[in-house]
Design a protein around this ligand. Sequence first.
Ligand code: CP
Length: 318
Amino acid sequence: MIKSQIWNRKHLLGMADLSREEIISILDTAASFREVNRRDIKKVPTLRGKTVINLFYENSTRTRTSFELAGKRMSADVINMSVASSSVKKGETLIDTLANLEAMNPDVVVVRHSESGAQEFLAKNLDAAIINAGDGSHEHPTQALLDLLTIDNHLALMGWESFEGLTVAICGDVLHSRVARSNAIGLATMGANIRFVGPPTLMPSQVEEAFGVRVFHNMEEGVRGADVVMMLRLQQERMTGAFLPSVREYYEFWGLNHERLALAAPKAIVMHPGPMNRGVEITSKVADDPNQSVILEQVANGLAIRMAVLYRLCGVEG
Ligand code: CP
């Protein structure tokens, strides 16, 4: 991987904004923070005096916890605002909530929201640096960055020198997935071949043109020869109509088991952003496979990526 330190952005709103050089810059920075996370004393003074606010309007385990830990490992003051016990419950709007938090002069506000474009709106109307921790079905850029870092770590083992030529099958509920969108954009920027694999009811329209991907409506064909099989969570909470006959039938046609995984490249890795629906989009045997599943490695890399992103957005140059 080429070493690069290019980063001039105030906000991180989406992978669509990032150049190849900027992505490489974040991956390189994250690689050095991963080393910090392996030490006995996992704390550095890098962001002493900086303030990070986590504002999550949707549930989260991995993203919220890793942003909190990322800030704390770098000695920033980190505030987790609980939306459930905040004045949001009294009807305070998103922009008013952010304006009031901004009055306390934070350096970065990490926002997850159910509305696509919410963070872009905040970035345009407020002064604080905004990180998009997931907006509706639109983007989840730090997830894509941690996924790119995880794939990058395995490139040589899979027989590749770079992302150029690598085939990544992104499988399942593409329609509702901000992870699929951000990954497709980031992987395309890095030169990978991308497949979207899933039922027509869970596939956005005109997706080939929009994302430069190949679409497969058959799981066996979609994973055949793939270097990376990235499973997506079936997001039933975002489904208002009849998207699938039943969860059992979904597993029969789209669930990743070892028989289907055997069709992928021999050293293929299996990814999932979490939380997983075990027995729905992936079997426990595949999810916990010590040789091919890198799902917990993704989580560890998420911490390093969020440290790198906070570091870059706080304007501290190395
Ligand atoms: N992958 C992901 O965003 O997980 P959380 O919803 O737990 O943050």
